[in-house]
Write a protein that binds this ligand. Structure first.
Ligand SMILES: C[S@@+](CC[C@H](N)C(=O)[O-])C[C@H]1O[C@@H](n2cnc3c(N)ncnc32)[C@H](O)[C@@H]1O
Length: 214
């Protein structure tokens, strides 16, 4: 696939158009473990790329972050606003495609995503580019399915092209298209997911915590 090809949000709109929250209402466990309340950042801005129904952004907003989301899905936005209302917080949600979004301004102290799988050509070019919107010292935290998830039934895309290989991912995120990034944590783990019917059971995941160098 062309690295600048637009993605189609129709499938996600269908999934998020259901009454149930596809991945639950609680935050992803790895993000929850890694994200702390903002303490001494100027604007406390946090961006949640591809946050779907907004569960991670809503939770971070409840910790005191000024949480923003970008995602393809307008149905995701509706669910996010519903959850934010339930929890008494505000989340700014932009309907946008990773390949078209500008990331030139380094204004986010935190960038965090779960299960943001894109075709490899898009990932290689646009995930490192996305890191430029982090402030120096800001964190990038993510969890995604590892290539060894292929035979397992606990969720994720059934295509090697969309799954993460840790070495390849680190090369991309610490490579020439990215700002200077320091690795705080990078692992391939076996875990027991319990997010929803779609993400339940034994899974193989990649977990990252990187920091933009000053
Ligand atoms: C598996 S869902 C994960 C949702 C959310 N991160 C969570 O863990 O609950 C993947 C999300 O990625 C979004 N997505 C996929 N490709 C995208 C792109 N190119 N730009 C923006 N969002 C995208 C989809 O709309 C969907 O919300």
């Amino acid at each position: 696939m062309d690295a600048d090809a637009r993605s189609d949000g129709t499938m996600w709109d269908r999934r998020f158009g259901e009454a149930i929250y596809a991945y639950g209402k609680e935050p992803n466990a790895w993000l929850k473990q890694q994200i702390e309340p903002p303490i001494d950042y100027g604007n406390n801005l946090a961006l949640f790329p591809a946050d779907g129904e907004g569960r991670n952004a809503v939770w971070a907003a409840s910790l005191g972050w000024n949480a923003e989301v970008f995602d393809l899905s307008s149905e995701g936005n509706k669910k996010c606003q519903q959850l934010a209302k339930e929890r008494g917080v505000i989340v700014k949600y932009e309907i946008a495609d990773l390949v078209e979004k500008a990331f030139d301004e380094p204004k986010y102290n935190l960038l965090a995503c779960s299960w943001f799988h894109t075709p490899s050509a898009i990932r290689k070019k646009h995930l490192p580019r996305m890191l430029h919107c982090l402030t120096p010292g800001g964190s990038f935290i993510m969890e995604g399915y590892h290539t060894s998830q292929m035979p397992l039934t606990s969720g994720g895309p059934k295509s090697l092209e969309l799954l993460f290989d840790l070495d390849e991912l680190l090369e991309e995120l610490c490579g020439p298209l990215a700002p200077n990034m320091k690795v705080v944590h990078a692992s391939v783990d076996s875990t027991n997911l319990d997010e929803s019917e779609l993400h339940r059971g034994h899974a193989r995941v990649v977990r990252l915590h990187l920091i933009r160098d000053v």
